[in-house]
Design a protein. Structure first.
Ligand code: ADP
Ligand code: MG
Length: 697
């Protein structure tokens, strides 16, 4: 199929397909359930299932799967065929309403943070009609939520859907206060810009570290990296262009609106941005995008690296989460309007976001915490681990005017009065962009720049939706009780700005001085995952999630365990990979090389005392020192790995992983990287940084 518009969504059981294939009344019911969180009856599900199966079979499907997102961060699927024997040796293709609505995968092999032990091993998947089913590789994929037998969330989708409901409920209350009677639902929207690296398969296959951990654990600096800034937005190489073309087409078929593609800052680094959609669909689509990137890269003889920091000293990869709130009537609630009333409503939502980010800095930081992202946050290419909101100079001037009851300098002489004064127009183009902020207002949405490239965007959006819902709830409680709405509104906004202005920062977030300034303001700077995670269970956070019915305390404790476990596991796998590489490949290669050089030097020296063998001598000497230090550090690392097995407390274990295991890994790397610069290229057992970064030509 060459026609892009025909291609788009061709494998999706979309609203248009449903409208064409379902009886009108059934279609209406499904739409109601999609947009208004209404449950479907089993009778309706049966009708939908049959239509879905017939459509899928026409698209070449023989199997169906309940597609879900366990806490591993990747998606899970188990295929079942539609085949039902008729008893006379023949078979028909069948798919029941029950099979559509509910599945029962074996939950015991997925992380559950102890929920399994406390309750039951069984879990089930429940159809999520708000994200469309699709056909891929002969399988009908049904997006589902994954919960334990007793209803506890075991995945990333369940709390995301709950958080959307919380936001919908509170945002509607605010809209009604402003006289909006038309809007029937409010949805958070997200657009996730995805960064990634492409390396040739031939180099990838020879790097155990990339295979086992997704990042390079060793590697000396190459002669050329990203210094010349000659890659960013540069011409796309034909091989990469061919990959991007196929990727776009495959994503379009699945209804993912892949929109923008370009080269990124580092050599071999690229980015893809889709058009935004509701956060639930955006999260599903981002998972599909990552999976497709991996699969399609292989078809082109390449490997796609989604790790946050595949190469030390080279920019890492992030995933900017652009977020806003929209009504079903098409209004973007973070878009400043034209009238004073519209502006007042915009300010309420803006204030809710400011307050949410200020009060739940810890949760936002935790939503992007991982061993991989720890390498990236605070390095050259990413915001620090400190949360702050960039609002731009104009909006900051407005906030100042409100806070101090002064006139807005860019406008008239009267003090700025919420609901009466008009806001200036904010530029939406890129001229006014601050790219160093962790959370930036970009004219009609916020861009959260901390998420890492491999992470699901669900976590960040669960926190954003819930925290903003909570602030809107408090605002609505106060405004609904007010006698004089306009006066109360003005006071509410002024107070909120005053109390939360410390989170606003328009300067350079990459500058060292900001770290000091942030500390003075009392903002959190949770540098590493083990430092951040314990904040998750703070009383205010439990109240937030419980109060908004997004996560129970039991679910939170389970999630906390899983996050801690995940960090420790990642570090331990990296450490074991390092030890293996050092012992099996690096030390033997360097030792052999040193022996050869020594032999050559001895042979040369035998020819006469006047022959200079100083190069050989110096190399052999330094390599001998380094191999001894490497072997020592490797022993220390193995000891630490062994010790870690006896640590029972998850906090203690992740701290030990960072302070002891990771510290030893860093030391080990220094010795190995120096050896790489001394030993001959032929003896080195792995492709170098230069070979990897410039492998796709
Ligand atoms: P930049 O690289 O300058 O940050 P991009 O155009 O690459 O900008 O990405 C912007 C992203 O923001 C896109 O995914 C876009 O669809 C998304 N976006 C735009 N408007 C909204 C909105 N209202 N809600 C959520 N995301 C949005
Ligand atoms: Mg961006």
């Amino acid at each position: 199929m060459s026609n892009t518009t025909e291609l788009f969504g061709s494998m999706v059981f979309s609203e248009a397909v449903m409208q064409a294939r379902l009886p009108h009344a059934t279609y209406k019911e499904v739409i109601r359930s999609i947009h208004h969180d209404k449950r479907l009856t089993p009778e309706i599900a049966t009708v939908v299932a049959t239509a879905m199966k017939n459509w899928a079979v026409e698209k070449g499907a023989t199997h169906f799967t309940h597609w879900f997102q366990p806490m591993t961060g990747v998606t899970a699927e188990k295929h079942d065929s539609f085949i039902h024997p008729t008893g006379d040796g023949r078979a028909i293709m069948e798919f029941s309403g029950k099979e559509l609505i509910q599945g029962e995968p074996d939950a015991s092999s997925f992380p559950s943070g102890g929920l399994r032990a406390t309750f039951e091993a069984r879990g089930y998947t429940a159809w999520d009609p708000t994200s469309y089913a699709f056909v891929k590789d002969g399988v009908l994929y049904i997006p589902t939520a994954f919960v334990s037998y007793t209803g506890e969330a075991l995945d990333k989708k369940t709390p995301l859907l709950r958080s959307m409901q919380a936001l919908n409920k509170q945002a509607l209350r605010i809209l009604r206060l402003f006289g909006d009677t038309e809007t029937t639902s409010v949805r958070a929207t997200a657009g996730a810009e995805q960064e990634y690296f492409l390396v040739d398969k031939s180099v990838y296959d020879r790097r155990k570290d990339l295979i086992y951990t997704g990042r390079t654990l060793f590697g000396a600096r190459p002669p050329k990296g990203q210094e010349l800034d000659d890659h960013y937005f540069g011409a796309i190489k034909p091989r990469v262009a061919a990959f991007m073309k196929e990727l776009n087409e495959e994503l379009w078929k699945l209804g993912v609106v892949a929109k923008t593609e370009h080269n990124e800052v580092a050599p071999a680094q690229h980015e893809l941005a889709p058009l935004f959609s509701t956060v639930n669909i955006a999260a599903d689509h981002n998972q599909l995008t990552m999976e497709m990137m991996r699969t399609i890269a292989k078809r082109h003889g390449m490997e796609c690296l989604l790790h946050e920091k595949p190469f030390a000293g080279v920019n890492g990869s992030g995933k900017h989460n652009n977020w806003s709130v929209a009504t079903d009537t098409g209004e973007n609630l973070l878009e400043p309007g034209d009238t004073p009333a519209e502006n007042a409503q915009f300010l309420v939502f803006l204030c809710a976001v400011l307050k949410a980010v200020n009060e739940y800095q810890d949760l936002l930081r935790i939503s992007v915490a991982s061993a991989g992202n720890d390498h990236r946050l605070g390095a050259n290419e990413a915001p620090p681990a400190i949360l702050s909101v960039y609002v731009g100079d104009e909006l900051e001037a407005v906030l100042n005017a409100i806070m101090h009851d002064e006139s807005y300098s860019g406008g008239g002489k009267e003090p700025f009065k919420v609901g009466v004064s008009v806001l200036p127009r904010f530029p939406k183009d890129t001229t006014d962009r601050n790219r160093t902020s962790s959370f930036a207002f970009t004219g009609n949405k916020f861009e959260f720049r901390m998420p890492g490239s491999s992470q699901s965007i669900s976590e960040a959006n669960i926190v954003l939706n819930t925290a903003v819902a909570e602030e809107l709830r408090r605002f609505a409680d106060r405004l609904e009780a007010a006698d004089d709405f306009d006066a109360e509104l003005h006071d509410l906004i002024r107070e909120t700005v005053k109390e939360n202005i410390r989170i606003v920062f328009n300067g350079n977030g990459y500058d060292e001085s900001w770290v000091k300034e942030a500390e003075k303001r009392g903002l959190l700077n949770l540098r590493t995952t083990p430092e951040a995670l314990p904040h998750y269970l703070a009383e205010k956070n439990i109240q937030l999630f419980e109060g908004n019915k997004v996560l129970s305390e039991v679910e939170m404790r389970a999630r906390y365990e899983m996050m801690q476990e995940n960090y420790a596991k990642t570090i331990r796998i990296e450490a074991m990979t390092m030890s293996d590489m050092v012992r099996k490949d690096i030390l033997p290669a360097v030792s052999l090389y040193g022996g050869k050089v020594a032999k050559a030097a001895a042979a040369k020296a035998a020819l006469g005392a006047d022959i200079d063998v100083s190069y050989e001598k110096a190399s052999v000497k330094r390599l001998a020192e380094l191999t001894a230090m490497t072997a020592g550090a490797a022993d220390e690392l193995d000891d630490a790995i062994a010790q870690s097995a006896d640590i029972a407390s998850c906090e203690e274990l992740s701290n030990f992983c960072r302070d002891k295991i990771f510290a030893t890994m860093s030391e080990l790397r220094i010795y190995v990287d120096e050896m790489e610069t001394i030993a001959g290229a032929k003896c080195w057992p792995y492709p170098t940084y230069g070979e990897m970064l410039f492998s796709v030509r």
